[in-house]
Design a protein around this ligand. Sequence first.
Ligand SMILES: *C/C=C(C)/C=C/C=C(C)/C=C/C1=C(C)CCCC1(C)C
Length: 254
Amino acid sequence: MLTLTITNASEIFSGPFNLTQAIAFTFFVGSMAMMAATAFFWLEMRNVDAKWRTSMMVSGLITFIAAVHYFYMRDYFVSTGESPTFFRYVDWLLTVPLMCVEFYLITKKVGGKISTMWKLIAASVFMLVTGYIGEAIYGGQTQSWIWGGISGLGHFYIIYLVWAGEVAQLAKNAGGAVLKANKALAWFVLAGWAIYPLGYILGTQGGFIGINFGVDAGFMDVIYNIGDAVNKIGFGLVIYTLAVSDTKELNAAK
Ligand SMILES: *C/C=C(C)/C=C/C=C(C)/C=C/C1=C(C)CCCC1(C)C
């Protein structure tokens, strides 16, 4: 097992810019950030009202699963110099459906149906499996963009469900903290998740509808790592913030 010492990290800032080291560094920072976020979400569970605890637990589970994968991904990258596509998609295949579960958890008390949750999960699995085929099998060929496009359909369907479909309708009827939480999470799905297709476009041969931007494919991992920090930690922090403010309101009403 190769280890990245802190000297490598400092070289990024002192020596000439080295993309390989920069990528390895974002994997390293990613694992620490995911671990810290996990401790935070789990320890803060007792400071929020009972109805928010499962959501907080799932937020911590998402960052915990990511932390473990980041250790593996960093190691794989440092040892082989290659993008850890397989670990990346295993991580997403576990964490993205859990984010779909979060939507169910916040709408459950106001009539959220388990069938809606399965629609979200099915769409996310479709998005990730087709994305994986595009990246792992066709990543070096022009047709990679077609798989990216097919994967995008799954993403659009999730956007539809949380912005206008069943999930949005429930949240609208419920109002209050549920509406706020759904709005915030829906923004993550629309804007935060859009970071990923950007990484895919830059990192695969087919680029955007066949137009390749000629960027070093290594940037894909940097972009994915930024996306994960925003979406996994940010998503959890939004739930935490809402849980805290809702708990305050509930306590004031007592
Ligand atoms: C924690 C990990 C998350 C939130 C990962 C989300 C991943 C996506 C939204 C990926 C989407 C993709 C497309 C919409 C098209 C190109 C292929 C993907 C898989 C990168």
